[in-house]
Design a protein around this ligand. Structure first.
Ligand code: SF4
Length: 430
């Protein structure tokens, strides 16, 4: 069957229920359950999807019980409640929907985009007292850092974290920083370059962005990582890049940094698992973090796409492992992927290596092309999955009642230096 007209959620429901004539598979049948099932488990977990096997920090935020009325409401009832609440709130609320969010939620978004596009979009509606971020925790934090003081940022499900962001916590990064200072010292070289510049990917906690702001570092996105690394190399002898090793490696390799000068820092190992010699020779020290959504893509999938679809253009996200990026025709951010598809002549064929909700949406938006996900097993981002229309209806109706629930608030001692690191990124030019 042609699944392109169905949302990912609908496909999951059909596959899991064993509907006749439905092909395809999911990485777990639990994807068909309401996310509230996982909010109530005694031990925190990322929930079903690509991150389900990742260890989760014990202190990860938990979502309290969603009122039953929102769990049992039909799709049509939730739709009516969300639209009514939105209409009542008018300009007082803005809803942001990440590219990877399910269509059943994205349909209510005032803006759809990547995390940084969305945080900036919220700045264009200063009259909105509430910013409802249908994405994950670090995105809501970034929106709060950039928002006006009188605006409240709301994450509809507090358990919507990000397994990659959780792979670098502030204590581990502070400890690594202290160890590196013992190896390199703290004095600049003859050219005035400090020993190490910390660079954090946007997909990181506010605490890490604040760390970078306090220590001469900077934030990058998957769109501007090369520009940011150039900025860092002008000011530092080497870079400590966290949390995504793949974005760091793929970007630095494309800039000509040899692989042997990119040792890994695994916070669970002494000296990060590298030798003193490797660290002394390092140009980019890569944190041992990864995205479990993008780690699923493989060179074998690319080979299969080329066999079954001669002439296919393979585009992957730079969070994919290096062999996948090397084998693809192009690699780039979600914005790059969206623009490449929009600019292609009708009749083009694309195999895409990024989150399935975005790929499926693009397939529906561009019926003149053939667009499919490299991975034929449906396995969405576990944490984006934690947002469901039921939570959106709940937070909006609470706002109508004059209550702000699930607010994400970054304290000034973190937000101020984090803003410095974000401003450095905005000022960095190719
Ligand atoms: S797709 Fe990967 S990086 Fe993005 S929110 Fe999900 S786990 Fe985090």
């Amino acid at each position: 069957m042609n699944n392109a007209t169905l949302s990912v959620d609908t496909e999951i429901q059909l596959i899991t229920s064993g509907a006749p004539g439905v092909s395809g598979s999911t990485c777990t049948p639990e994807l068909a359950d309401g996310p509230w099932v996982f909010d109530l488990q005694p031990a925190p977990s990322y929930g079903p999807g690509a991150s389900m096997a990742d260890p989760i920090p014990a202190d990860t935020p938990r979502q309290g019980q969603l009122p039953d009325a929102y769990k049992t409401a039909s799709k049509d009832e939730l739709d009516a409640r969300i639209r009514a609440a939105k209409a009542t709130l008018g300009d007082r609320v803005v809803i942001l929907g990440h590219f990877y969010q399910r269509d059943e939620v994205v349909q209510y978004a005032d803006f759809v985009g990547d995390s940084f596009q969305l945080a900036n979009a919220a700045l264009t509606v200063p009259e909105a007292g509430a910013i409802v971020f249908c994405g994950v925790h670090f995105m809501a934090e970034t929106a709060d850092i950039l928002a006006r003081p009188e605006q409240s940022v709301i994450l509809p499900n507090l358990a919507a974290g990000c397994s990659m962001a959780d792979m670098a916590d502030i204590d581990s990064v502070e400890a690594a920083w202290a160890e590196l200072a013992e190896i390199y010292g703290t004095e600049p070289d003859a050219d005035g370059r400090v020993p190490v510049i910390p660079v954090t990917y946007m997909n990181s906690s506010a605490a890490l962005k604040g760390f970078c702001g306090r220590n001469g570092g900077i934030v990058c996105t998957s769109s501007n990582a090369a520009t940011v690394l150039e900025w860092a190399f002008e000011r530092g002898q080497r870079v400590l890049f966290f949390p995504d090793q793949h974005l760091g490696r793929n970007t630095a390799k494309a800039m000509g940094v040899p692989l042997e000068r990119m040792p890994m820092w695994n916070p669970r190992k002494a000296l990060g698992g590298s030798t003193i010699e490797e660290l002394e020779d390092a140009q980019v020290i890569l944190w041992h973090g990864f995205c479990s959504v993008h780690k699923r893509f493989s060179v074998a999938q690319i080979d299969r796409a080329r066999e079954t679809h001669p002439g296919v253009q393979v585009i992957v996200h730079p969070e994919c492992p290096m062999p996948v990026v090397d084998a693809a025709d192009a690699a780039g951010s979600t914005d790059f992927i969206v623009k490449a598809i929009a600019a292609a002549p009708a009749g083009s064929t694309f195999a895409i290596g990024t989150e399935i909700n975005l790929v499926n949406r693009l397939a529906n938006e561009y019926p003149q092309h053939t667009i499919f996900c490299l991975d034929d097993v449906i396995c969405p981002c576990s944490t984006m999955y934690r947002i469901h229309p039921g939570y959106l209806a709940w937070v909006l109706e609470e706002l109508v009642a004059g209550r702000v629930v699930n607010q994400i608030s970054v304290a000034d001692d973190v937000a101020v230096p984090a803003r410095v690191a974000l401003e450095r990124m905005l000022a960095a030019r190719p």
